[in-house]
Write a protein of this length. Structure first.
Length: 310
C-alpha cells in the first residue's frame, strides 16, 4: 500500500476497526476514511453504492459486522444473519463497481464445522455441520468468503478473506448479556472484588476451549496480509494456542485479584467444544502473534479505569 493511498475502514468504531486505524496511523498512513453508522447505514445498498462512487477508496478493510458473544448470537439470530449479509454484500459489490484495488474481508473462526478436527485448517470449511448457537453469523461469514472468491473468479477483483480467532482488546464490549467471555469475566471479577461479592457466576461448564488473540496482534496481521497476500480462499489468524474457559477464568481472577469463589450457570450454553486455529498458512506467509494472553489481559484490565462500572 502506498502511504498516500485512500483507505476505507468499515467498522472504525469497533474493536477491530479501531485497532486497524491505530496500526495504519502508526505506520504513517493518513488518508484514512470512515463513516459512523448514522452517517452511512451499511445495510442500505444505495447509500453504500453512493458512498463508494463518491469516495473511490483504493483499499478497504471490511471490519463492520454485527457481533457478540454466544448468547447474543443465539438470541438475535435474524439480525446476525440479515445485518451481516447486507453489510458485507453491499460493501463487496460496491467496492467492485468503484474499482477498489484491494479489499480484506474479516470473518471468524466460527465458520468451521462444530466437530471439525483440531487445530482447524482452512481446508475444513464446509466439511460438516455448524455450531447451532452461532449458525446465522457463521452462514453470513461463509457467504462473505465465497463472495470475495466469486468476485475474484469472475471479475479478477483482489478481494481476500481472513479468519480471526476469538479477539479481545481496547474498545471491546463489556455488556454482560452481549459480550464475549473474556471481557465479561474481567468485568464480573472486577465488580465482585469491588463489591465484596463472595462468588462469580460463569456460564456453562468451563470445559470448552478457546483461543484468544489481542486485537493489536490482529491489526498487525491484517496490515501484513493486506500487503503480501493475494489468493482466493481464507487465512486463519490466531496464536495457535488455546485454553479451557475455566482456566481462562482462573487467569483473569488472578490478574484482577479477586479472592472469592467461581460458580457455574449450567443453563447457559457451552457452544463449540473447541475452536483452535491451525496457523501454519499464516506463519508460512511470514507472520506470528507476539502478545501473550497474560500480558494482553493485563494491558486490557489497566485500560478500563474510565469505564462507569469500574
Ligand atoms: O466468548 P463466547 O461468548 O463465545 O463464549 P463463543 C465462550 C465460552 O465461554 C462459552 C463461556 O462456553 C461460554 O458459555 N462463558 C463463561 C461465557 N462465562 C461467560 C460469560 O460470562 N460470558 C460469555 N459470553 N461467555 C462466539 C460466537 O462464540 O464467539 C461468535 O457466538 C463468534 O459467532 C465469537 O465466533 C468469536 O466462542 O462460544
Amino acid at each position: 500500500m502506498e502511504k498516500n493511498a485512500k483507505i476505507y475502514i468499515a467498522g472504525h468504531r469497533g474493536m477491530v476497526g479501531s485497532a486497524i486505524i491505530r496500526k495504519l496511523n502508526a505506520e504513517g498512513f493518513e488518508n484514512i476514511i470512515f463513516r459512523t453508522s448514522s452517517e452511512l447505514d451499511l445495510r442500505n445498498q444505495q447509500a453504500v453504492s453512493d458512498f463508494f462512487q463518491k469516495e473511490k477508496p483504493d483499499y478497504v478493510f471490511l471490519a463492520a459486522a454485527k457481533v457478540g458473544g454466544i448468547l447474543a448470537n443465539n438470541t438475535y439470530r435474524a439480525e446476525f444473519l440479515y445485518d451481516n449479509l447486507m453489510i458485507q454484500s453491499n460493501i463487496i459489490d460496491s467496492a467492485h463497481k468503484a474499482g477498489v484495488t484491494k479489499l480484506m474481508f474479516l470473518g471468524s473462526s466460527c465458520i468451521y464445522p462444530k466437530l471439525a478436527p483440531q487445530p482447524l485448517k482452512e481446508e475444513y470449511l464446509l466439511t460438516g455441520e455448524l455450531e447451532q448457537t452461532n449458525e446465522p453469523y457463521a452462514i453470513a461469514k461463509i457467504a462473505g468468503i465465497k463472495m470475495c472468491d466469486a468476485y475474484r473468479a469472475q471479475y479478477g477483483s483482489n478481494f481476500i478473506s481472513v479468519m480471526p480467532t476469538n479477539l479481545y482488546g481496547p474498545n471491546d464490549n463489556y455488556d454482560l448479556e452481549k459480550s464475549h467471555v473474556l471481557p465479561a469475566l474481567i468485568r464480573k471479577f472486577h465488580e465482585a472484588k469491588k463489591n465484596k461479592v463472595p462468588h462469580v457466576m460463569m456460564w456453562g461448564t468451563g470445559t470448552p476451549k478457546r483461543e484468544f488473540l489481542h486485537v493489536d496482534d490482529l491489526a498487525a496481521a491484517c496490515f501484513y496480509l493486506m500487503q503480501t497476500y493475494n489468493e482466493p480462499g481464507l487465512v486463519n489468524i490466531g496464536t495457535g494456542e488455546d485454553i479451557a474457559i475455566k482456566d481462562l477464568a482462573l487467569t483473569i481472577k488472578n490478574i484482577v485479584g479477586y479472592e472469592g469463589e467461581i460458580k457455574h450457570d449450567l443453563e447457559k450454553p457451552d457452544g463449540t467444544p473447541r475452536k483452535l486455529m491451525n496457523v501454519d498458512k499464516l506463519s508460512n506467509a511470514g507472520w506470528t502473534a507476539s502478545i501473550s494472553l497474560n500480558e494482553g489481559i493485563e494491558m486490557v484490565y489497566d485500560g478500563l479505569k474510565t469505564k462507569d462500572w469500574y
